[in-house]
Design a protein around this ligand. Structure first.
Ligand SMILES: Cc1cc2nc3c(=O)[nH]c(=O)nc-3n(C[C@H](O)[C@H](O)[C@H](O)COP(=O)(O)OP(=O)(O)OC[C@H]3O[C@@H](n4cnc5c(N)ncnc54)[C@H](O)[C@@H]3O)c2cc1C
Length: 371
């Protein structure tokens, strides 16, 4: 039986859930101020990186990321078919490089950790890295080849999700939710109240500003700021893109990445800053990202600076998302995806659709339940 479901939030999580729920026969409404055009999802780099995002001490999260990556091939194919739009899903793989001896040692430690988790990554010399990515600086100390870390054009993804939602009969209400009430029901900033059978909370860092959730059993969410740049090709008609795969790097201990897009542009990111809800673009952060990017790929100097932006990653205290029923009747959460919301969107949407449809979920997913 189809339920009336309201989804709060129009980022990648809200839209992916809405599309999946509509595919499962539910009557879905998305409530958000600018669905598919804002939030962390709009500024993100779009890496689908379970291996290079594996951090020491977060093995359970890494297992979730690996599971999430497994959803992507079928999800990308189904979304492109449903929307008729390309999303730049690219499986060329990733190379991570080191600048100095200490960076090389850090990558070697990371490689040992990745192998201890059964992840696929291989040590490569500097010349092997340059064979994989000819645009790399000759001054590097080698790196790692990671074939399983992929990418998608996150803005194309959001456009395709919006289109597929429209095709699937999802209704969009442009507005901000101020409260969740028993019913369950939403109260909007213009005073409207709308009830439904189920509510899915997917408001990213906007969640704490919604009233009525104190008893939901959700952990506190903190915003983690990220600066990110978009650079354009020197010659839009150039047949040879600067990069054919994602490059990540350690530059004197600082992380940077360069993610190529099908149109020849490159996304350079990203800082990780605990500064509350501040979203100002700071000169120092832009300078640092550009310095580190050109140290790894010198031809970055010739690219046009198209955009400098910031986004707020929604993070829980353990950096792990909460997906599942809250303690409020009929209210589900899909929040706290921190650095990996693009990667985890298909998995999250499938989990939410299963829970709404009263189907069982795997223990890995059940462990993410907030309540
Ligand atoms: C610089 C940067 C780079 C990143 N790179 C990657 C990457 O390469 N790969 C990856 O997987 N992840 C990446 N991330 C993380 C990823 O962007 C997030 O995890 C993901 O976008 C979270 O999606 P979301 O839908 O939960 O939140 P958001 O995208 O922030 O969306 C929240 C939505 O809720 C809406 N909203 C908020 N409050 C309300 C309200 N009261 N009522 C109604 N609607 C509301 C907003 O308007 C918005 O539409 C990056 C993030 C940043 C900042």
């Amino acid at each position: 039986m189809g339920w009336r479901v309201q989804v709060v939030g129009g980022g990648v999580i809200g839209l992916a859930c809405a599309w999946e729920l509509s595919r499962n026969g539910h009557e879905v409404t998305v409530v958000a101020p600018a669905p598919g055009r804002d939030g962390a999802s709009w500024v993100a780099a779009g890496m689908l990186a379970p291996v290079t995002e594996a951090h020491f001490g977060e093995s359970a999260l890494t297992a979730l990321l690996v599971e999430g990556a497994g959803h992507w091939p079928a999800f990308a194919a189904a979304l492109e078919a449903a929307s008729g739009l390309a999303i730049g899903y690219d499986t060329a793989g990733t190379v991570t490089v080191a600048l100095d001896a200490s960076d090389r040692a850090s990558l070697d430690d990371l490689l040992a950790y990745q192998h201890s988790l059964g992840l696929e990554a291989s040590r490569r010399s500097a010349s092997e890295c340059r064979r994989l990515v000819p645009a790399l600086s000759p001054a590097l100390r080698g790196g790692l080849e990671v074939p399983g870390d992929h990418q998608v054009d996150n803005r194309a993804l959001l456009g395709a999700l919006r289109q597929a939602c429209g095709e699937g009969g999802v209704t969009f209400v442009e507005g901000r939710v101020t409260a969740v009430e028993n019913g369950p029901a939403l109260v909007l900033d213009d005073g409207r109240r709308s009830a439904s059978d189920r509510i899915v909370l997917a408001a990213g860092t906007g969640l704490p500003s919604i009233d009525g959730l104190a008893a939901a059993g959700l952990p506190p969410l903190r915003p983690v700021k990220g600066h990110i740049l978009r650079l354009g090709p020197p010659d839009a008609t150039s047949p040879v893109p600067l990069l054919a795969r994602t490059v990540r790097g350690l530059v004197h201990g600082r992380s940077v990445y360069l993610v190529p897009r099908p149109d020849g542009s490159v996304v350079v990111g990203a800082t990780v800053e605990e500064r509350g809800t501040d979203t100002a673009v700071r000169a120092g952060a832009v300078y640092e990202l550009l310095c580190d990017a050109r140290t790894i790929v010198p031809a970055v100097d010739e690219l046009e600076l198209l955009e400098a932006a910031t986004g707020l990653r929604p993070a829980t205290p353990d950096n792990t998302p909460r997906i599942g029923w809250t303690a409020l009747d009929g209210v589900l959460a899909a929040v706290g995806h921190y650095r990996n919301g693009i990667l985890l969107a298909p998995l999250t949407a499938a989990a939410v659709a299963a829970l709404v449809g009263r189907r069982p979920v795997a223990p890995l997913i059940a462990s993410l339940a907030p309540a």
